[in-house]
Every structure is written in C-alpha cells, then in structure tokens.
Design a protein around this ligand. Structure first.
Ligand SMILES: N[C@@H](CCC(=O)N[C@@H](CS)C(=O)NCC(=O)O)C(=O)O
Length: 267
C-alpha cells in the first residue's frame, strides 16, 4: 500500500503526484492542510521531522524528500520507466534531478517574497513570529524573516533569479537535442520541474523564459499538455489559492524584468 502525505499547492508534493500519474501507480491520499499548519502536527512530524511535504509511506516504510521519493518510485515500480536503463542515461537524468533542491529553494524564495509576505504582513508581529518560528530549519527561518522584511529588494530574491537564469540557459542548450531534457523520452528530469514552472507562472514570472528562451517555452507547453499535468497540478488548485496568487502577483514581471535581464548577462 502506498500513501502520500501531500499539500494541494505544495510544489514538492506536486512533483511526486506527477510521477505517480506518469507511472500510473495507484495511491492513497493524506492531504496535509498547510493553510492551518498541518505540517507542524506532532503526529505528522514523527514521519517528517522537517515539517515539510511530501512524505511517502510504502508498506510501512517512510520516505521523505521529493527527489528521493521520485527515484524510489521509479525503482520500486519498474513499469513505465522514467529513466533510461543505461548508466550514462541515468547519470544524465540525475544531473538534472540533483539540482531540484536548489531550484526549489529559489521557488520558495520568490513565493515567500511575492505571495506569503503580503499575507503575513497583515498579521500581528506575534502571529508572524509564531508562524516563522515553527519552521525547524534555522537557515530557512532566517531566510523567511529576511524576505518578510525586504521582499523583492532582498539580495536573497536576486540570488533566486540567478538560479533560474542558470537553469533556463542549461535547459535551452539541452533542448536542442530533443523534445525532453534528456533526449527523446520524458524522464524524471522533466517531471521534477513541471510544478516549479507552474508556480513561476502563477507568480507572473513566466517572462523569464517566454521572453528569452524559446525552446524552454516550447518544453513548458509540451509539459502542460500532458494528462499528468492536469491530474497532478491543475486538479489540486483550490480557488482561494488562485485568488491569493492572482491578487499578489499582479505586476510582478514589470518589477522584476530589469533585474532578471541584468542577472542573465552575468549567469
Ligand atoms: N527538499 C524537500 C523540500 C520540501 C518542502 O520544502 N516542502 C514545502 C512545500 S513545497 C513545505 O512543506 N513547506 C512547509 C512550510 O513552508 O512550512 C523536498 O523536496 O521534499
């Protein structure tokens, strides 16, 4: 039996849902209500002491870390493989999946600065501190405080744009060889990035690729056309989140495009 603890809009959880859908694996859902701090529930934290989603439980064995989970699923359920069989092909896929944590940190940075910050600023300083101080990882806590303080003006925000610029440059180069990142077949390398792109689009940051990287733009359109994209990402979006993202993201690109152009020259 396979149970996934996940959040409806959490990008790391969506990464795993997409892999489950691509591989056609049946699973049971345990939705963690992150809007109510469900990730900090002591019972949940016994499974995932970092208080993050996703967590997979397979026949009583607990797995955390979305990239590790995706690779595990591909090994444990060999039907519909999402990695080539040969060592070189697998290494090529891992070259992409290895950097997903860094990219996710960038996604978390821009989401915090653009959407979570304005919501948190409506709270009292005590409520804000209570939310941020529940995060077990001290580095992540410090980053949260910095972004709530300085928003788009924070150097941490600019650093995230550097991570994205490098990613898009590498993708543009790789996509000259095939429709997918590692050639002709859709792999875990592609699966791991779909929800990150969707979040950037929600934040009105898609200009980063649509204005600079044509092959990346086409890749993203191919990605959005896959049935797994609807099943794993679109079907989980509650209206309240769309509203919150819509409201806070308006005009982001106009504020960010100058810095992004600067960063692109350096990346
Ligand atoms: N490296 C972890 C990161 C997990 C993570 O940060 N998940 C986010 C959602 S995408 C989360 O649960 N955040 C909890 C919070 O912000 O309190 C993974 O890939 O599983």
């Amino acid at each position: 039996m396979l149970t996934l603890y996940h959040g409806d809009t959490a990008v790391c959880a969506a990464k795993v849902r997409l892999t489950l859908a691509e591989k056609n694996i049946p699973w049971e859902s345990q939705l963690v209500d992150m809007s109510k701090g469900g990730q900090f529930d002591p019972e949940y934290m016994k499974l995932n002491p970092n208080a993050v989603v996703p967590t997979l439980v397979h026949d009583g064995q607990v797995l955390t870390e979305s990239t590790v989970i995706n690779e595990y699923l591909d090994d444990a359920f060999p039907e519909h493989p999402l990695r080539p069989a040969d060592p070189l092909g697998r290494a090529r896929v891992h070259w992409w999946t290895k950097r997903e944590d860094t990219i996710h940190a960038g996604i978390n940075t821009v989401s915090t600065a653009i959407v979570f910050r304005p919501d948190l600023l409506t709270k009292t300083p005590e409520q804000r501190a209570a939310r941020i101080d529940s995060i077990p990882d001290p580095l992540r806590r410090a980053k949260f405080y910095e972004l709530v303080e300085n928003g788009l003006a924070s150097p941490v925000f600019r650093d995230a744009l550097v991570v994205f610029a490098k990613l898009f440059k590498d993708m543009e180069k790789a996509l000259a060889q095939g429709p997918w990142l590692v050639g002709q077949d859709f792999t875990l390398a592609d699966a791991g990035l779909a929800s990150f792109f969707f979040r950037l689009k929600q934040l009105e940051l898609s200009g980063m690729w649509t204005e600079h990287f044509p092959r990346v733009s086409e890749w993203n359109m191919r990605m959005q056309a896959r049935p797994s994209f609807k099943v794993a990402i679109l079907d989980y979006l509650p209206p309240r989140v769309l509203t919150s993202y819509d409201k806070h993201s308006v005009g982001t690109w106009a504020k960010v495009q100058g810095t992004f152009a600067e960063v692109l020259r350096e990346a």
